[in-house]
Design a protein around this ligand. Structure first.
Ligand SMILES: Nc1ncnc2c1ncn2[C@@H]1O[C@H](COP(=O)(O)OP(=O)(O)OP(=O)(O)O)[C@@H](O)[C@H]1O
Ligand SMILES: [Mg+2]
Length: 494
């Protein structure tokens, strides 16, 4: 259906794709695998007219294509769900869905109610229970991802390119997306699918192509290969992530939370968090597992002083009761919070890597791009293997996974007493993941305390000394490392 023939693409100072070849089949899920910065997103942007300055050929249905603009690819029936969400926060769901393809009456008046009703049925199809008039800024990342998917459904494209569509979704949302993909397959649509989650690729992909440093290494049928084989092709070595066997030694309590409640932002009589109590020990990695909407992010926002007006309950650090009226208060008490939404809250995309990393550690007056700041950034670029020509690269030119590494670097740099990590390895490849796990573990070994929020069970099991499960704003279970099993976590999360 779709072919990429000898495609090369460079950016100043880097050759990102070097004569790559891809074949994508109709009625199939065609996976692209590769490490962070391998060139996966760049390929999709070439295929959809985002980048026109490349060498090589694109063929659709055997016909040579020349996309000069995104619209050309759209007209040819190619839709893309970008890795970095492209919705407009201040517009409603309906307005976002119909952006650029609004329905008009003959006199130019918008057919609002018709658009609303189409939006409503699309929301049903992706199983998102929201009113179409909801503003996108009030949706969580995972919900926004579903809107992107609805948008591709609305375009009714023959080829749908999905760049890490599940990186922000929890397991049940992933099932939901897979169901939609199965439907699209039976309609004969060509799906191109990028994911760092091996387990899901084995569930839904029919074919794969491995991209390594801008070169196509291998292609074939998924059912003919093993996970270990694919990882070797991608990374060049074996990587296995194992559950942690034992919890760390008992130590003193650094953070105590008692009877915390959080009011709903709109409905005053309703609570989003109910009677949350727990303790965090020094040097401990405390995992919070739950499905999307369980209230984990809201809880972290409470701990970080982001919603002082709506919360009640007791917080104590080192036995001293404290109250945070802003994130600034929380930071001054040694807290750090790497949020789940790197684009909105995590990075200043229009600034370079070194300025982003030093944002959290330097006072405003010190932000002068000094040698010290560069040195500091270079250290983290090395430690986290951030793929970039230099520390002067703007963050919006980094691949998704490498942006995520900058978010982590920025907060690791504060050397906090308590580090809250909300979905820290979203979009990070398996090799980098195992290195980041080591880094987090080293931090804990040095006496720092870590709260880990993750929807990935293997991640929770690999890192946590203790796991708290949340569902519908409540803590529903507690497990220690070694004792938790996947089924139990899921049972209490539901
Ligand atoms: N606009 C740009 N300017 C300069 N360099 C860029 C630009 N876009 C991408 N790159 C570089 O090209 C390389 C490939 O990036 P790409 O986004 O295609 O990676 P990816 O395989 O999608 O990785 P990830 O899994 O992290 O999303 C990276 O080194 C990135 O820094
Ligand atoms: Mg990418």
């Amino acid at each position: 259906m779709l072919e990429a023939i000898n495609i090369s693409k460079s950016f100043p100072g880097v050759k990102v794709l070097d004569k790559v070849n891809f074949l994508f089949y109709p009625g199939k899920v065609n996976a692209i695998l590769g490490e962070n910065g391998a060139g996966k997103s760049t390929l999709l942007k070439v295929l959809t007219g985002v980048y026109c300055d490349f060498e090589g050929q694109i063929r659709l249905h055997g016909e040579n294509m020349q996309f000069k603009h995104i619209k050309d690819a759209q007209h040819a029936g190619i839709a893309i769900i970008h890795q970095e969400l492209n919705l407009i926060p201040s517009l409603s769901i309906t307005e976002n869905l119909f952006l650029g393809r609004e329905l008009h009456h003959s006199l130019g008046v918008l057919r609002t109610s018709e658009m609303e009703s189409v939006a409503r049925s699309l929301l049903r199809r992706v199983q998102l229970e929201k009113d179409p008039s909801t503003l996108v800024k009030n949706l969580k990342v995972g919900e926004q991802q579903l809107i992107e998917i609805a948008k591709a459904l609305l375009a009714n494209a023959g080829v749908i390119l999905m760049d890490e569509p599940t990186s922000a979704l929890s397991d049940s949302e992933i099932d939901n997306l897979h169901r939609i993909i199965q439907e699209l397959k039976t309609e004969g649509k060509t799906i191109v699918y990028i994911s760092h989650k091996m387990e899901e690729l084995f569930r839904i992909a029919d074919y794969y192509t491995v991209l390594r440093d801008g070169i196509t290494v291998e292609a074939g049928e998924m059912k003919a290969v093993s996970e270990a084989h694919l990882i070797r092709k991608m990374v060049g070595r074996e990587v296995v992530i194992r559950p942690k066997g034992q919890k760390c030694k008992e130590s003193s309590t650094i953070l105590k939370v008692a009877n915390l409640h959080l009011q709903h932002p709109l409905v005053k009589a309703k609570n989003v968090l109910h009677d949350i109590s727990f303790e965090l020990k020094r040097g401990e990695i405390l995992g919070f597992f739950g499905l999307m909407g369980a209230g984990r992010t809201e809880l972290m926002e409470c701990l970080f002083g982001m919603v002082p007006d709506r919360m009640s309950g007791m917080l104590a650090i080192d036995g001293k009761p404290c109250q945070f009226n802003s994130p600034k208060d929380a930071i001054s008490q040694g807290l750090a919070f790497a949020t789940e939404d790197r684009k909105m809250e995590g990075l200043v995309l229009g600034m370079d890597i070194s300025s982003n990393i030093s944002l959290t550690t330097l006072k405003v007056t010190e932000l002068l791009n000094t040698d010290q700041e560069r040195q500091f950034a270079q250290d983290y670029i090395r430690q986290l293997a951030i793929k970039t020509p230099s520390e002067d690269q703007f963050c919006n030119n980094l691949s998704g996974g490498n942006q995520q590494k900058v978010v982590l670097a920025k907060w690791l740099a504060t050397k906090p007493q308590i580090l809250i990590l909300d979905e820290p390895t979203r979009g990070i490849d398996i090799n980098a993941k195992s290195e980041i796990y080591e880094l987090i573990q080293r931090l804990a070994n040095s006496g720092k305390s870590i709260i880990l929020v993750s929807s990935e069970i293997p991640e929770i099991l690999a890192l946590s000394d203790r796991i708290l499960v949340m569902a519908e704003g409540r803590i529903t279970a507690e497990f220690s490392a070694g004792e938790a099993r996947e089924d139990d976590l899921l049972k209490y999360a539901i």
